[in-house]
Write a protein that binds this ligand. Sequence first.
Ligand SMILES: [Zn+2]
Length: 322
Amino acid sequence: MLVDLHSHLEGRVRPETAAELASELGLAAPEGGWERAIQLDGPADLTVYLAKVAVTYPFFRSPGAARRIAREAVLDGAAEGLDYLELRFGPATHADDEAGLDEVISAVAEGMREASAETGMPSGAVVAALRHHDREANLAVARAAARAAGDGVVGFDLAGDELLFPDLRAHVEAFQLARAAGLGITCHAAEAAPGPAAREAAELLGATRIGHGAHIVEDADTLAWAADSGIVVEICPTSNWYTGAIPSVDRHPAPAFRDAGVRLVLGDDNPLQTRAGMPRERELLASVLGFTPSDLAALDRVSVDAAFVEPAVRRQLATRLT
Ligand SMILES: [Zn+2]
């Protein structure tokens, strides 16, 4: 079973689509072509990694382009064999005002809805607030996400540079608003910052899922808290390797999480940049990180339980559990 609970829309722009959109939008082609501009050759650091993701940002300024990219992302996920795909994106990177936020969000939701209808694979959009944006900017994003709740948007996230912007207090109200609208809450945390950042995200923002959380395992108290609290950690092994968070895939903390009893789900983060989609990530868990069939079955059960889906979709996914 393949349930992708951590994947960025900006990490799913097909290079050939980028080339077509660039000529439509009058954007200059990067030296070496779009494929080279988007894809990483191998492990790098977070700055290089994020620069590869940022190459796609100009496309999202056109709602038509955003809709096409979202539609193709869901089509590609279905073609990969996914059972469910949650796609997150940061609309404030792509729009200047609140009306613009609504427009980007509805374009993405529309593209995803079309492709889900075509393929039968359910999908949901997660709107991401950004750490480097101020309280007002993220409140505007939360209001726009709340308006689209039940209309394709299923969750709310916080992304961005955790080392430069570790303080979550400015974003508390945005997350309160998102929760009140019924959105599921996840937060990129303890990806770059020390483990306790994950607990702060749960306690201050109401996150029930933590993106990456790679440093949780280095802090015994936080690891114990993670196991006891039932928080779900979204792991993305290849991404952590490519951003330099871990020195190699076999050093990924997934086995330590599993042994401590932390609930895990899987994601591919930015699969076009890393050239590693969900089938590869799952294969790594088994072949490199020692996950047994029963470990993977447990991950599937948590994935179905933790996905930000309506009850009918959850029941449908649950029928596929082994
Ligand atoms: Zn991410």
